[in-house]
Every structure is written in structure tokens, then in C-alpha cells.
Design a binder for this molecule. Sequence first.
Ligand code: SF4
Ligand code: SF4
Length: 437
Amino acid sequence: MAASDFDLALHSIDKPQQSDLDRCVHCGLCLNACPTYRELRVEMDSPRGRIYQMVQVSAGAPISESYIEHIDLCLACRGCETACPSGVEYGRLVEAARAEIENKIQRPWRPRVLRWMVFQKLLPSRRNLEIAGGLLNLYEASGLKRLAALPGFLPSRLRELDSLAPPIETPFFFGYYGKTLPAERERRHRVAFLGGCIANLSFARLNEATVRVLQKNGCEVSIPADQGCCGALHVHAGIRDEARKLARRNIDALLEGGFDAILTNAGGCGSTLKEYWELLEHDPEYAEKARHFSRLIKDVNEFLVSIDAAPPMRVLPLTVTYQDSCHLAHGQKIRSAPRKLLSSIPGLELREMPLSDLCCGSAGIYNVVHTGMAMSLLKKKMDSVNATGAPVIAASNPGCMLQLRAGVKKFGHGQRVAHVIEILDEAYRREKSKEPA
Ligand code: SF4
Ligand code: SF4
């Protein structure tokens, strides 16, 4: 059976499963952990309310516009999963609910075309990403972006979207594809690194820093040429056919490499990569490979702590507050590793903010689609950040970093936003500098 026919056959099971729905006992203990419920105080925009609606649809109720709106407004942040004492796997439920909507309902033509362009044409294609990156670079370099930021130049909605657009960093990280970089001194680990999709264009320097930190810690780092987008944004949007294609492509590109681990510096991507086994569990050819692949996936913070990363030797006097990435904290249950890495830096003070694991409103492309809700959440996040007085915000997911940078511009005090690994890299680089400690 061709892959597409096979994926089509999966539409009948791409929906919330009764056994998962039955786990919810409607206790409501998750409500306060839910950012949309905290904002709106509407039961149908709480985890319990959304599960209730999924139960209704599963029992035969039609997929109404209101159902789609409540499911779409969910950030898929999985804060409710952490709070739930009954072990409800809410992330799995909402992704399945979105897949069912995607397979059964035709959206209006505008969002349909936009989704087709982004999810089918842009993200999976290195060539198209490079073209888009080149055009955006031109837009920035020509001064048009600065012009667009002037009040009155663009309608306010477009100006808001423009402020959320990722900046472009040249040269793109794609230039490293197909290369293997040696470990500094003795090789102790052989790892593969995933460069992401948009991160190749917008976080090229972060990716380079990640490779340097790994090399410093005895890793030979391969960046396989045939890797591609992990499909996380597709899974969150319910576009599981394309996500499965991307998962198979990555498995084919990386599994045979015999790596000790396959690493990502993006909490959102890592969560989906670790769940490839679930995405492909019904695929007789890939189910076992996907399980093996998922076992090899590690978030870079998690991996560095597991191999006892070298603590930096020189002082880096910084005060930092850490924002948990939802898919790292709630999806992968990784909270202490990034904090351990930061705390290993001499001179660095880690100042915790309240509710650091409450979503900042980034959530993939959520901030573009539901900008109003995303901005309300961001405002509250920045209030917590500002209260710490820390001049640096650390995060472990590029999407959160973009959102926090927009937050600093709009509601902040000029804080710098950096990935944990960039701060660690900075500390290591100080060891090599001749400046007095
Ligand atoms: S998801 Fe969990 S915490 Fe929320 S209502 Fe259901 S059982 Fe209770
Ligand atoms: S995933 Fe996040 S936004 Fe969605 S119901 Fe759970 S806590 Fe609320």
C-alpha cells in the first residue's frame, strides 16, 4: 500500500480514543493550570470543558464551529497534563481532536491556502525555506522592515504580525548539513544534531553554539544532510499525514547512523520527536524503527546533564530568570536539567519567576493565529519576568525565545533573551579569552 493510501486509512483512528477520554473524572483540578481558562474563566475553554466537548463529538455530536473554536484556542501547552492526578494525556487528546477536525471539516479557503503553503510547501522543503529566508533577509537589509515598524505605515494587525516574524540570521545553518564536526580533545560520544526548519534561518547562531558546546563536552557532532522539519507544528495543527511523512524521512536519514543520541535544542521539536513511536505505531514498516528513533532523541539540556557536562571554569556575572518551555516541562518532564546547567556557571545567579511553567503564548504559530490571547498571556509573563529584576531571560525553545523577545519590546525592561546553551557557550568561550576573570 502506498504511504498516502496507508495514511488515508489512518483517518478513521485519528480521533480522540475512548480509553483516553474515559480517564478524565471531571474533577477540575487542572483548571487553574490552564492559561486560556485563567484568562477567560469559561468552562468550555478549560481542559475539562474541552474533554467534555470531545466526549460529545465521540458520541456522535456534530463537529460544530464552536467546537472547532474551543479546540483551536487551546495552546496544546499540556499544563493540564502536569496538574491532572488521573493521568489524562491531554496533549494526545487535543492533537487527535485537531486531526479529526482536519480530516472531516473543510476550513474556509483563506486559512486552507495559508495552511497548505506553510505546512505542505514551506516547512518540509529546504529549498523553499532558503528562498523564504533570502526574501526576508532582503526585506530586513533593505530597510523595509524598519519602515514597516513605523506607526501608521501598516495596519495595526499587520504591524503586530510583523513584530512577531522571526529575524533572519545569515549564513543559514543549512551550510553545516552533511558535515561532521570533531570532538574537542578525546571523542567520548557520537551524536547527531537536528537543525530544525525555521531555526536554520532564524537561530543559525544558536545552532552553532549548540554544536560548540557539544564538541567541548567530548561529542563528535554529525549534521546529517537528509534530515528535515520534525513535523511538530503539523502534529499540533492536526496535519498528521504530513507529520508522518516527515517522521519517516527523519528516521530514514538518521537511524542507520549508529549515533549514541540524536539531539535537538528545541523543546517543542523534542517532544514530537520523542513521540514518533506514537505517530507511527500503526505503520508495520516504521513502528519498530520509530520506537528505536524516539529512544535516541534527547533534548540537549537533558543530554548534557546525563554526560556530566564540564562546568565552566571562569566567572560569568549574570542574573538570569528561566522560562520553562511547555513541551520541555510538561511534555518531556524536563525541568531540572536547564537549571542545573545554568547553576553550573560560576557567578551566575538564577532568579526564579513565579509560574515559570505557565505558557508564554508562543505555542508554535498560536501567537500568529490567536494574537489577542497570546498577547494577554505574554503581558502576564512579562510582569513575572520584570518582577525578578533579572536582565537576562533564559529559555530552551526557539519559539518561546521569539515570543519573549516580542514581550521585551512591548512590555519589558530591555532584557536579553537567550537559550540556556547560548549562555553556557558564552561561559565556555570566556575560558579561551585572555580577559582577566
Ligand atoms: S483532565 Fe484530569 S484534572 Fe482535569 S478534570 Fe479531567 S481528571 Fe480532573
Ligand atoms: S493544553 Fe494548555 S491551553 Fe490547552 S487545555 Fe491544557 S492547559 Fe489549557
